[in-house]
Design a protein around this ligand. Structure first.
Ligand SMILES: [Zn+2]
Length: 310
């Protein structure tokens, strides 16, 4: 399916419901999100189901229990926005979404933030490096981009944010998240959480990584002052991910609030980890299969708006 075909297919509300059912309930049995009953009836004229038990939210649409719940926007608009953010190589701005699906830019901005929740993969503990190949670990600083400000004004009011990332050389999976700082205890805690014990870790010479041997990791470093590659030892895979992230942040998303950086990182991780071996439709289906059980209210999002942009 191409974007044009997707637009055509999902303009039929019945197709939207059918597709959502396939992703949310792969065995074909629609389950009441409130009580779990599996024998609900379909009310065709309302495109809703009705649970046989008497409780609140007895009637429910395909949006109930997902990131789309409580939105006045139709499933067709949500589905197209999901398609676009999932498959645009460098991300998609709220302005593009607004133009393409016919909502306001503010609505589109909120939609994108909800959809990014579904793009967040759950990462099982200590599975990186389990195939025996090294894991590249690195951290990068985001922020401080203020073209219109005087050099003297830059340092104090634009704190840089730290993003830490890991790339498994075997699976090519990337994990990345915003961390409070680049101190040893912070970086080590993330490594312990994600990388299998006795695994091999490649980093640069940052002091935050200098005690990994004591944590029973096999640790190799490249000293970026005079070398970038020492045989097989380098961190160019994760650095490539940083370039993709920064390109998206500066090219597509003009101003990123610090509070929201994590969700842009999640989006980029999804795009990176699903870029190979899947076509547009498979990537899209994966995100739709992850829309259930996650919620983000407008208040939660809007309450954080107003922090310093960078
Ligand atoms: Zn029920």
């Amino acid at each position: 399916m191409t974007l044009q075909q997707a637009i055509q297919y999902f303009s039929d509300p019945d197709n939207c419901v059918k597709y959502m059912v396939e992703q949310r309930w792969p065995d074909g049995v629609v389950v009441c999100p409130t009580c779990g009953r599996r024998d609900v009836s379909w009310l065709a004229t309302q495109r809703k189901w009705q649970c046989k038990s008497r409780h609140a939210k007895r009637q429910f649409s395909a949006k109930v229990g997902t990131i789309f719940e409580d939105s006045p926007l139709g499933l067709d608009k949500w589905i197209l926005a999901t398609w676009m953010i999932t498959n645009c190589k460098n991300g998609v701005s709220s302005y593009e979404i607004a133009r393409n699906i016919g909502v306001t830019q503010k609505s589109a901005w909120f939609m994108l933030h909800r959809i990014r929740l579904a793009m967040k993969d759950e990462s099982p503990a200590r599975t990186m490096g389990q195939a025996g190949k090294p894991v590249e670990v690195d951290e990068t600083f985001i922020g401080g981009k203020a073209k219109n400000k005087h050099l003297s004004a830059r340092k104090q009011d634009e704190p840089k944010m730290v993003v830490m990332g890991m790339l498994d050389r075997s699976s090519r999976e990337v994990r990345a998240k915003v961390v409070p700082n680049a101190k040893r205890e912070t970086l080590q805690a993330e490594i312990l959480k994600n990388i299998v014990k006795v695994g091999t870790v490649y980093t640069d010479g940052h002091v935050g990584y200098d005690q990994l041997n004591q944590l029973r990791y096999i640790h190799e470093t490249v000293n970026h002052v005079n070398e970038y590659v020492r045989g097989n030892v380098h961190t160019q895979g994760i650095e490539n991910f940083w370039s993709c992230l920064k390109r998206t942040l500066t090219g597509t998303y003009v101003a990123v609030e610090p509070f929201h950086l994590d969700s842009y990182v999640d989006e980029q991780v999804f795009r990176f980890n699903n870029r190979k071996g899947k076509n547009d439709e498979q990537r899209f289906a994966k995100v739709l299969s992850q829309v259930a059980g996650k919620r983000l209210t407008y208040a939660e999002l809007a309450g954080k708006v107003g922090e310093t942009a960078f």
